[in-house]
Design a protein around this ligand. Structure first.
Ligand code: UDP
Ligand code: MG
Length: 304
């Protein structure tokens, strides 16, 4: 059986075309299919439209979350629920073409791979958000030190084993593309062009994307605390140099040490300390979140 997981948050305009295209793509595949639509607390008609579509296609299963938890949580709900031997993740806005999935499936079946990931070759629009995404991918690759993480998003198909590995990582700050690479297994990249979203507005606002990028960086990289340490060391060396200068100028009797230098160093040190208290605070907060051990999402209803 094949499971296709697709999150939808206020996607009433797209779901019909989405389901149609998924069904069309798998028409000739000749395997059992379940399409798991995770309604991530939509406030529009996404849920009724899905219910309606279900009358036409029994393969649809709807998981309706109790509120909006974000698409990483929605994917997590789908992954926990999926029963397939092959499990695909596909954004619900048709930016990633469902027509590629049968090809992914063939690769998994015929070659020695456990995971096929879509790699974006072209980003449409030169908007600020796209630029941000690209910058993030570059930075994340450097900072996380994860080998081989490329321009990948959620779009992928994996063998059940890989999905189980991802599910077994129970951390609350989830960045699934990172978890997927962390899990390992043999990964095959398929380059594809990411389309424009078919219809409707973007659901990942800039701030949501920014928070996701922070999740990714803080949970896969120790770089922020390392930066604290390095800047701290640089500060120490500078202070050391300053002390020598102060003592020398005192001994040689030139330039009374003035108010401005004191104030500047005061402000500078204060700012550096505050910044890194913030960094440490971020880690403390994350540890707190993990120990709270709250569920990632709550399910309101499942329609099989
Ligand atoms: N999504 C979701 N919950 C959210 C935000 C987005 O389930 O809180 C879904 C959305 O419906 C879409 C997918 O996640 O199917 C990707 O969202 P979007 O297209 O807005 O993100 P982008 O393409 O900008 O990464
Ligand atoms: Mg999108």
């Amino acid at each position: 059986m094949i499971s296709v997981i697709t999150p939808a948050y206020n996607e009433e305009l797209v779901v019909k075309e989405l389901i149609g295209r998924i069904m069309g793509a798998f028409q000739d595949v000749g395997e059992a299919l379940e399409v798991i639509c995770v309604d991530d607390g939509s406030t529009d008609n996404t849920f009724p439209v899905l219910l309606d579509l279900k009358k036409q296609y029994q393969q649809i299963k709807i998981i309706s979350l109790s509120r909006n938890f974000g698409h990483q949580a929605a994917y997590s709900a789908g992954l926990a629920y999926a029963k397939g031997d092959y499990i695909a993740m596909l954004d619900g806005d048709l930016q990633d073409p469902p027509e590629l999935l049968p090809g992914f499936l063939n690769t998994l079946k015929e070659k020695e791979y456990d995971l096929v990931t879509g790699r974006r070759i072209k980003m449409p629009e030169r908007s600020g958000k796209k630029l941000f995404t690209r910058l993030f991918h570059k930075l994340f690759k450097k900072l996380s030190g994860i080998q081989g993480i490329e321009n990948e998003g959620n779009f992928c198909m994996m063998k059940r084993q890989v999905a189980l590995s991802i599910n077994s990582m129970q951390e609350k700050n989830r960045y699934i593309p990172g978890l997927r690479v962390f899990a390992g297994f043999r990964n095959y990249y398929v380059d594809y062009e990411r389309n424009e979203r078919a219809r409707g507005e973007n659901k990942m606002s800039f701030s949501k994307l920014f928070l996701l990028a922070l999740d990714a960086i803080f949970s896969f990289s120790k770089w922020p605390v390392k930066l604290c340490l390095y800047l701290g060391l640089v500060g120490l060396v500078t202070v050391f140099g300053a002390v020598i200068y102060i003592v020398l100028s005192k001994l040689l009797g030139f330039a009374p040490l003035g108010w401005s230098s004191t104030m500047i160093s005061l402000y500078f040190l204060g700012a550096v300390q505050l910044t890194f208290l913030g960094v440490i605070g971020e880690y403390v907060y994350r540890i707190y979140k993990e120990t709270q051990n709250r569920p990632l999402y709550f399910i309101k209803e499942i329609v099989e």
